[in-house]
Write a protein that binds this ligand. Structure first.
Ligand code: ZN
Length: 144
């Protein structure tokens, strides 16, 4: 997946400010053919969302359905679609949990940040493909 450096900064800032709770948000962009012939999720916009879990927000997140719909129609108006999500793991590795796996959408990019205090220790991206297993996606940070 590709993401502009400035948008990744917004995501990291959200993760730090939400600590010790998990933050969450959606990623919008276009599926584009890369120069080496693979389809890639190219992110242009990030939408920080509210973690609506009633309790245990340190250990999980949920984005409300109305907020997902709102972000989706906003993305469409800009010619984008939702291609993934991001969330933080506080005091834990940036590796998908079982819950993340069960709630993942095939071919979407799941960006996970490992946060401790005001430090983002790790940023990793995962995709579930039709084979039903998660594989790690390279994060290509665009400088423009
Ligand atoms: Zn998670």
């Amino acid at each position: 997946m590709q993401i502009p450096a400035r948008k990744l900064e917004i995501v990291k800032e959200h993760a730090i400010q939400s600590f010790p709770e998990e933050c969450c948000g959606l990623l919008a962009g276009k599926v584009e053919l890369s120069h080496d012939g693979f389809y890639e999720n190219v992110i242009y916009e990030v939408a920080p969302c509210r973690n609506v879990l009633t309790w245990d927000r340190q250990f999980g997140f949920e984005i409300s359905w109305p907020e997902i719909c709102e972000v989706e129609s906003e993305a469409r108006s800009m010619g984008y679609e939702i291609l993934g999500s991001y969330h933080s793991h506080t005091n834990a590795e940036a590796v998908p949990s079982n819950h993340d796996y069960e709630n993942s959408t095939p071919n979407h990019s799941m960006l996970i940040l490992s946060v401790k205090g005001n430090l983002v220790l790790q940023t990793r991206c995962w995709t579930r493909q039709n084979g039903n297993y998660f594989h790690e996606e390279r994060i290509h940070v665009r400088r423009w």
